[in-house]
Design a protein around this ligand. Sequence first.
Ligand SMILES: *[C@@H]1O[C@H](CO)[C@@H](O)[C@H](O)[C@H]1NC(C)=O
Ligand SMILES: *[C@@H]1O[C@H](CO)[C@@H](O)[C@H](O)[C@H]1NC(C)=O
Ligand SMILES: *[C@@H]1O[C@H](CO)[C@@H](O)[C@H](O)[C@H]1NC(C)=O
Ligand SMILES: *[C@@H]1O[C@H](CO)[C@@H](O)[C@H](O)[C@H]1NC(C)=O
Ligand SMILES: *[C@@H]1O[C@H](CO)[C@@H](O)[C@H](O)[C@H]1NC(C)=O
Ligand SMILES: *[C@@H]1O[C@H](CO)[C@@H](O)[C@H](O)[C@H]1NC(C)=O
Ligand SMILES: *[C@@H]1O[C@H](CO)[C@@H](O)[C@H](O)[C@H]1NC(C)=O
Ligand SMILES: *[C@@H]1O[C@H](CO)[C@@H](O)[C@H](O)[C@H]1NC(C)=O
Ligand SMILES: *[C@@H]1O[C@H](CO)[C@@H](O)[C@H](O)[C@H]1NC(C)=O
Ligand SMILES: *[C@@H]1O[C@H](CO)[C@@H](O)[C@H](O)[C@H]1NC(C)=O
Ligand SMILES: *[C@@H]1O[C@H](CO)[C@@H](O)[C@H](O)[C@H]1NC(C)=O
Ligand SMILES: *[C@@H]1O[C@H](CO)[C@@H](O)[C@H](O)[C@H]1NC(C)=O
Length: 716
Amino acid sequence: MAKRTAATLLLLLVCAIAGLQASATATANQDISALRGLMGYMENLPSGWGRSNDPCGSEPWEGVTCSGTRVTELKLYNMGLRGKLSGDIAALTALRTLDLSYNNDLGGQVTPDIGNLQQLEALILVSCSFSGTIPSEIGKLTQLTFLALNSNQFIGNIPASLGSLFKLSWLDLADNQLSGSLPVSNGSVPGLDQLVNTKHFHLNKNRLSGPIPEKLFSSNMRMIHLLLDRNKLDGTIPASIGTVQTLKIIRLDNNLLGGPVPSSINNLTSLHVLNLANNDLIGPMPNLTGLNSLNIVDLSNNSFDPSEAPAWISEIENVTTLAIESGRLRGQVPQKLFSFPRLQQVILKNNSFNGTLDMGSNISEQLQVVNLESNALTSVALSSSYNNSIFLGGNPVCSNINLLGTNYCSLPQKVSPIYSTGLSNCGGKSCSTNNSCSHPYEGIMFFRAPYFRDLRNETAFQLLEKSIWEQYGPNLGSMSLQNPFFDNDSYLEVHLVLCPLNGTYFSVKDILENLDLSSNMYTAPQVYGPFYFGAFPYSFPGVSRTYVGLIVGLVVGCAVLVIGLASAGFYAFRQKKRAKKAIEMSNPFATWEASFEDSGAAPQLKGARFFSFEELKKCTNNFPEINVIGSGGYGKVYRGMLVDGRMVAIKRSKVGSSQGGLEFKTEIELLSRVHHKNLVDLVGFCFQQGERMLIYEYVPNGTLRESLAGMLSSTV
Ligand SMILES: *[C@@H]1O[C@H](CO)[C@@H](O)[C@H](O)[C@H]1NC(C)=O
Ligand SMILES: *[C@@H]1O[C@H](CO)[C@@H](O)[C@H](O)[C@H]1NC(C)=O
Ligand SMILES: *[C@@H]1O[C@H](CO)[C@@H](O)[C@H](O)[C@H]1NC(C)=O
Ligand SMILES: *[C@@H]1O[C@H](CO)[C@@H](O)[C@H](O)[C@H]1NC(C)=O
Ligand SMILES: *[C@@H]1O[C@H](CO)[C@@H](O)[C@H](O)[C@H]1NC(C)=O
Ligand SMILES: *[C@@H]1O[C@H](CO)[C@@H](O)[C@H](O)[C@H]1NC(C)=O
Ligand SMILES: *[C@@H]1O[C@H](CO)[C@@H](O)[C@H](O)[C@H]1NC(C)=O
Ligand SMILES: *[C@@H]1O[C@H](CO)[C@@H](O)[C@H](O)[C@H]1NC(C)=O
Ligand SMILES: *[C@@H]1O[C@H](CO)[C@@H](O)[C@H](O)[C@H]1NC(C)=O
Ligand SMILES: *[C@@H]1O[C@H](CO)[C@@H](O)[C@H](O)[C@H]1NC(C)=O
Ligand SMILES: *[C@@H]1O[C@H](CO)[C@@H](O)[C@H](O)[C@H]1NC(C)=O
Ligand SMILES: *[C@@H]1O[C@H](CO)[C@@H](O)[C@H](O)[C@H]1NC(C)=O
C-alpha cells in the first residue's frame, strides 16, 4: 500500500513538473491559434512563421515578442506582406505594440475587433493599403499613446471615439482620403478636443471639410504640432487656437479658410512655423508681434487688406524664410529683415513694393534667395556683400538699361538640390558617397514642417546624419543622406540609405530589431519638425517566402510530410525560387530534386539521386520489351545504361499503382541506407509524370538472381 502511494506521489510529482515546464515555456494556446489564424490571410510572412510550434519558444517567430506566455508585440514592418489583417488579431489580448507598416500590399478594412486589444499602446500601420473607414472601436483602446494610420486609403469620417484616447500622444491620420468635419465632444459624445495629452495632431493631406471648431482648442492642451494642411476646411480660424501656448508648428495652408486671422495668434510665443498660405483669409495682415521664435512664416496667396509691411517683419530675428506672395504689401521693403543672421529666403513676389530696394550692408550670410518679382520697384541699391540670387522681373526697374547686364531681371531658375553626404563623419565612421553595399535599407524621410528652407547649407544635414548615426549606427556599416528637396506639399524629402554592418544584406532580424523607423523611437533634431519615414520594399536574399496558407494546410493535414520537408527539405527550400513553390507542395520529392540540382546530392540519401523520366527513357531506349529482365504484379524491371556507361536495373511500377508518393519516398530512404552483400545498391529514383521507378546497380553475374529476389520482394 505504502509502495503504491509512493509511486502515485512520484507520478503526480512528475506530472506536476512536466505541467509546470509546459506552462513556463509554452505560449498561450489562444495566442498561437491567433497567429496561425493571421497566417491564413497573409502571404510572405518571414520563414520562421509556423516552423516551430511555439512562437515564443527557442525558435521564436520573427517579429513576435512575448512576455510570460502571452504575445505582447507584433512588429512586421516592411516584410513585403500581402493580404489582410484578419479578425484573429482580436485574440491577442495582451498585445501592446502592433506595427505592420510599409507592407504596400497589406490592406482591406481594419477589423472592428481590434477594439478587443485593451492593452494596446501603439498601433502603427504606416504606408500600407488599408481602406474603408477607421473603425470607431479604436476609441476603446484607452492605453494607446501612439496611433499612426498615415499613408493608407482610409475614407469616411474621423471617428469621434478617438476623443476617448486620453493617453494618446501621437495621432497621425495624414495622407488618407478622410472626409467630413473635425469631431468635437458634445454631451456624452467624445471628440478630438478631449485629447489634451496629444502633442501631435497630424491630419494633413485628407479631404476634411467644414470649419475648425472653436471648441477644438483649449488652454489645457499640450499640442505642439498642428498639421491640417491640404484639406478642404472652411470657416474662420478659431480664436481659441491662441490658448494653446505649447504650439510650435501650425500648418493650415492649402485649405478654404476665410475671415480674418484672430488676434489671439500673437499669444503663441513658442511658434516656430506658421503657414497659412493658399486660403481665402481676409482682413488686416496678421499681427505677429511678439512671436520672435518664428523661423518660417508663410502668409502667401490670401486676400489680406492692402498695407505697408507690418512692423513685426523687422522683429522676428530668428526667421529663416519669410514668404508673403500676393500679399498686397506696398511702400518700402523693410531693410532690417535682411540683417537677421539666419535668414535664407525672402519671397515677396506679386506685391506693390515701390521705390528703391535697399537691403543695406548688414546682410545675412545665409541669405540665398530674394524674390521680389512683380512689384513696383524703380531702383536697386545693392551692397557688394550680397552675391546670391535676387529676382526682380516684372518691376519697373527692369526696364532700366543699366540692369540689363545683370541677371536680376531674368526668371528664377529652379535651384537643384545639391546635398549628398560627402565623406563626412557619421559619428566617427566615414559615410560613403555611394552605396557601398549592394542591398541597403532605404526610404524617404518626409519632414512636414522643417524650420528652414535652404538646402545648400550642409550643416543642417550633418546634424541630421549625426543624430541618425547615434541612434542606429551601432548596427550599421555606413549610411548616407541623398537628394533633399521640397516637394509640392512643401514637405522636405530626404533619401536615407543604410548599409549593413557585415555582409551585403540585412537579415529579417536586423531590420525588425534594429531599424525601427516607424514608431518614432528616433526623433530628428528639432529644426526638422515632425517626420514620417516611407520605407522602400526590401528584398531579402533568396529567403524562402512561402505561401503560408499552404503550409498551414500541410501542418494540419499531413504532419509526416511536413516533418520530412522541415528536416530534409529546409536546405533545398532556401535555394528554390518562389515560382517552384506550388510544385513543391504537391510533389514530396521536389525538395530532393531541388537539392540535386543545386549540389548534386540529397542530404539524407546515400549516393542515390533523382532521375527524370526523359533520362530513363533514353537509357532504356524507350522501355522496350527486350530490355525487360524481370516482371511481376508490381510491374517490370528493365536493364538500362546510364550516360556514364554504368549498367542499371530499373524497377518500373505499373502506372496507377496504389502506393502513395510518401510511401514511395520512405522506401527510397530505407533502400538507400541498406547495404547488404546480397542486395544491390540503390542508384536513384524517378517520381515524375505518374511514374515511380527505382534504379539499382545492375549485377550481371550470379548474384543477380538473389538481388532481384530482394528487389522484387518489396511490393512497389
Ligand atoms: C450637440 O448635440 C445636439 C443634439 O444632438 C445638437 O442639437 C447640437 O447642435 C450639438 N452641438 C454641437 C456644438 O455640435
Ligand atoms: C493669451 O494668453 C494669456 C496668458 O495665457 C491669456 O490670459 C489670454 O487669454 C490669451 N489671449 C487670448 C486672446 O487667447
Ligand atoms: C500688434 O500687436 C502688438 C502687441 O499686441 C501691439 O502693440 C501693436 O499695436 C499691434 N500692431 C497693430 C498694427 O495692430
Ligand atoms: C533664436 O534662436 C536662438 C537659438 O536657437 C535662441 O537661443 C533664441 O532664444 C531665439 N530667439 C528668440 C527670440 O526666440
Ligand atoms: C501662390 O499662388 C501662385 C498661383 O496660384 C502659385 O504659383 C504659388 O506657388 C503660390 N505660392 C505659394 C507660396 O504657395
Ligand atoms: C497677384 O496678387 C493679386 C492680389 O494682390 C492677385 O489678385 C493676383 O491673382 C496675383 N497674381 C498672381 C499671378 O499670383
Ligand atoms: C547686423 O544685424 C544683426 C541683426 O539685426 C545685428 O545683431 C548685428 O549687430 C548687425 N551687425 C552690424 C555690423 O551692424
Ligand atoms: C510708393 O507708393 C505710395 C502709395 O502706395 C506712395 O505714397 C509713395 O510715394 C510711393 N513711393 C515712391 C518712392 O514712389
Ligand atoms: C550654415 O548653417 C550654420 C548653422 O545653421 C551656420 O552657422 C553657418 O553660417 C551656415 N553657413 C553658411 C555658408 O550659410
Ligand atoms: C561678393 O563678390 C565680391 C566681388 O566678386 C567679393 O569681393 C565679395 O567678397 C563677395 N561677397 C561674399 C559675401 O561672398
Ligand atoms: C564608389 O563606387 C565606385 C564604383 O562603384 C568605387 O570605385 C568607389 O570606391 C566608391 N567610393 C566610395 C567612397 O565608396
Ligand atoms: C552581423 O553581425 C551581427 C552580430 O554579429 C548579427 O546580429 C547580424 O545578424 C549580422 N548581419 C548579417 C547581415 O550577417
